[in-house]
Design a protein around this ligand. Structure first.
Ligand code: V47
Length: 372
């Protein structure tokens, strides 16, 4: 089936997509520039179904944020707090391990662990945390620490990012989440997160992780002060690293939530922009296998629609989410497995529970097996 393409700029892009050819930087700008969302979505869905057919992936996971103390004070963020802030928290190791076991009865296959840049928690502390989790939950995949946290720990420990990653891997880290990438462009980064590592160091840290055989995700934060070219530049830089390492598993476009941040005068994103970012990502990132519609950020209703506009994954049960809820998200803290199944089925897709590396999972409520 073919949709009518209204915008003439999309005609050569359709030819490339149908021929399986790579899109250029200017193609990306044209995709962002058009309001012909149905045409962009049609093309993205073509690629999505070529790669994954009718399957939509989800997982049964739990987020853990060991601390919100952060030295970075990024303007984009409502989660990070100064150590002296009475609302700031830092879990003890015992608390992290206990929290990991709390939640719903469904056995989780993944812990997603990220937090602030705490000035006192050491690399040894994080290694101990991971070892303790592996000891208590040996079957659970530990997707832990963003490239930003790795670079910060490396700097404080006065060792390389590679060595930091090696130590964390030896302690039990299985892969890394995609956060902290924001927008790589320097002008934008100076305004939204000036104390964070720059785009080049984020890429360099991801390269080091991938070279060690660790897989990771990648993200892009949109809907603040960036423009179309900044977003395309970001996607093209991720694509270039992926050509080299093949280490990225999933790309997640993240909508900026302004509430309680120093940028709260910026209006929140629209459903149109959320869907557009999924579709453009699917078309530009021809070498990244999965595009995730993160339901917490998009709302389950928009995430469900995204499954027809390029996304093949809707993320997981999560149980407890803080980063988006501190920034005004009104979605639930978590969803039950049955709710995810329902969302996917009602979009006419076939749900497949996956582990972090997209191997299918077979389960009862309290136990699971990852199928090789
Ligand atoms: O790195 C922070 C973003 C990220 C705000 O890898 C904000 O599977 C919007 O990376 N408004 C953390 N975004 C979340 C993240 C993630 C989420 C789900 C799955 C995966 C994965 C990764 O959230 C941060 C930052 O980019 N963020 N503050 C805010 N106010």
């Amino acid at each position: 089936m073919q949709t009518v393409i209204e915008d003439p700029r999309l005609v050569p892009i359709r030819a490339k997509v149908e021929a399986g050819e790579r899109l250029s930087f200017e193609d990306g700008v044209a995709l962002y520039g058009t309001s012909d969302l149905l045409a962009v979505g049609y093309l993205a869905n073509l690629v999505r179904e070529r790669l994954h057919g009718n399957v939509t992936y989800f997982n049964v996971n739990r987020h853990i944020n060991p601390t919100d103390v952060c030295v970075a004070s990024c303007r984009l963020c409502a989660f990070g707090k100064r150590a002296r802030d009475p609302k700031a928290y830092t879990m003890s190791l015992e608390e992290v391990w206990q929290r990991a076991g709390e939640g719903w009865s469904e056995a989780v296959t993944e812990f997603h662990i990220v937090g602030g840049l705490h000035p006192e928690l050491t690399l040894d502390w994080y290694c101990e945390m991971l070892r303790g989790l592996k000891q208590r939950f040996p079957k659970v995949h530990l997707k832990a620490l963003t490239m930003v946290e790795i670079a910060y720990l490396a700097r404080r420990t006065k060792i390389s990012a590679r060595e930091t990653l090696e130590r964390l891997r030896d302690a039990g880290m299985d892969s890394l989440p995609g956060g902290g990438a924001e927008i790589f462009d320097e002008r934008v980064r100076r305004i939204i997160c000036d104390h964070k590592i720059d785009g080049a160091e984020w890429i360099e840290t991801a390269r080091a992780a991938h070279q060690l055989g660790l897989r990771s995700n990648c993200t892009m934060l949109y809907g603040h002060i960036e423009n179309d070219r900044d977003r395309v530049d970001h996607l093209v830089r991720l694509r270039a690293l992926q050509d080299e390492t093949h280490g990225f598993v999933t790309f997640i476009p993240l909508a900026f939530h302004p509430d309680n941040t120093p940028l709260q005068h910026i209006p929140g994103t629209t459903g149109f922009a959320d869907i557009k970012n999924i579709a453009v990502a699917r078309l530009m990132l021809d070498n990244i296998p999965h595009i995730k519609a993160y339901w917490v950020m998009m709302t389950p209703r928009i995430a469900q629609i995204a499954l027809r506009f390029g996304a093949d994954d809707i993320d997981g049960t999560i149980v407890e989410e803080r980063i988006y809820h501190d920034a005004g998200a009104t979605t639930a803290q978590g969803l039950r497995r049955a709710e995810l199944l329902q969302l996917i089925r009602k979009a006419g897709r076939e749900p497949v529970e996956r582990d972090t590396l997209y191997r299918p999972v077979e389960r009862t409520e309290t136990a699971f097996t990852v199928l090789a």
